[in-house]
Write a protein that binds this ligand. Structure first.
Ligand SMILES: [Zn+2]
Length: 157
């Protein structure tokens, strides 16, 4: 079983969305009020609580670079929230999700198709640890499996 750490969106990106209300291509950030499940903040890696204001934005993922690079829709608390401390446990934004996708990449940012997996977020940790034992894996991006939104990055740690 491999050690890992779960990494959130960087604080500078979160601050930029809150201050400018624009993404890096000039697109607007959309305010939303939490009215049910499905509002995972990518900075504190906590779920938005009913009545909280969230921002819906397009974030240019820092990794992978290269052909598999992609932007992702993300939610973020509209208020300042503390960045999640990279931790060796999957956050509630992953474990509460009914179906997530694990996308594994090598150090060059190439997707390791043979390791890809779709499963309930609550069941993701053990297979994730097993796959991190594969030395080809440099990091894993966890996405929601249906809309494909990025949730968190996992690194060996
Ligand atoms: Zn937050």
């Amino acid at each position: 079983m491999s050690r890992f750490r779960c990494v959130p969106m960087d604080t500078e990106s979160a601050r930029r969305f809150r201050v400018t209300r624009r993404d890096v291509r000039g697109g607007p950030v959309h305010p939303r009020i939490v009215d049910g499940p499905g509002f995972p903040c990518r900075h504190c890696l906590r779920l938005g609580l009913p009545g909280e204001e969230m921002l819906l934005a397009s974030w240019d993922l820092p990794l992978p670079q290269g052909p598999y690079w992609t932007p992702s829709p993300i939610f973020l608390h509209a208020r300042d929230c503390a960045a999640a401390v990279p931790a060796a446990a999957l956050p509630e934004t992953v474990t509460a999700n009914p179906i997530v996708s694990l996308r594994h990449y090598d150090a060059a940012g190439m997707c390791l198709y043979d390791l890809g997996l779709v499963l309930p977020g609550a069941e993701a940790e053990a297979p994730l640890r097993e796959r991190l034992a594969d030395l080809r894996v440099a990091f894993v991006n966890i996405h929601t499996a249906r809309p494909g939104c990025w949730l968190a990055r996992v690194e060996r740690g």
